[in-house]
Design a protein around this ligand. Structure first.
Ligand code: ATP
Ligand code: SKM
Ligand code: MG
Length: 160
């Protein structure tokens, strides 16, 4: 089991897909799986049911994960201790991006419910999470200035 963790925009979906293609392990997009189970977009879940409801769905998803997969997690999966413990079942790879890289990639994005407000608010969320990503990670990969191809190779290398 490979868990890719990291802030919004760090490249989890891009890299999970690539690693899965190279290793032939199935790939699951956690946000998408929850949206399908709930029949609702995460943005709407946040608006209609609240963030805690979505966080419960994340924990339920991890509890029920049985097969060996490459999992692209949601950016906030590290917030709950239970999630961090559940992920100890597999190899947790943290895609670590500088703040500037995240801003460069997500400027103009309107799809992510927690990518909102001014830059100070967003940067605060980023800074508060750094420690939790580090704590949950078995492996840290710095992604700044690297291509998806290079990063996916690094991920595969560290699984050997
Ligand atoms: N190594 C890279 N170099 C340049 N651009 C990248 C790289 N990895 C991802 N991107 C681009 O950055 C954006 C965010 O990537 P991606 O959606 O994979 O991140 P994510 O971690 O899955 O984000 P989220 O948590 O919001 O789902 C996309 O437009 C993607 O094409
Ligand atoms: O960083 C976060 O808290 C989130 C990231 C996304 O992947 C989604 O899981 C959701 O928008 C919350
Ligand atoms: Mg993603």
């Amino acid at each position: 089991m490979i868990f890719l963790i990291g802030f919004m925009g760090s490249g989890k979906s891009t890299i999970a897909k690539m690693v899965s293609e190279k290793t032939n392990d199935p790939y699951i997009e956690m946000d998408q799986a929850i949206e399908e189970d709930e029949g609702m977009k995460i943005r709407d879940m946040f608006a209609l049911k609240g963030e805690e409801y979505f966080r419960d769905k994340e924990t339920e998803f991890l509890r029920n994960l049985k097969h060996d997969v490459v999992l692209s997690t949601g950016g906030g999966v590290i917030l709950r201790e239970e999630n961090r413990v559940l992920m100890e079942e597999g190899t947790v790879v943290y895609l670590k991006a500088e703040w500037a890289t995240i801003v460069e990639r997500l400027t103009g994005d309107t799809d992510r419910p927690l990518w909102k407000g001014d830059n100070t608010e967003k940067k605060k969320r980023f800074d508060e999470r750094l420690r939790l990503y580090e704590e949950a990670a078995d492996v840290v990969i710095n992604v700044d200035g690297k291509t998806p191809e290079e990063i996916s190779e690094e991920v595969i290398e560290c699984l050997k």
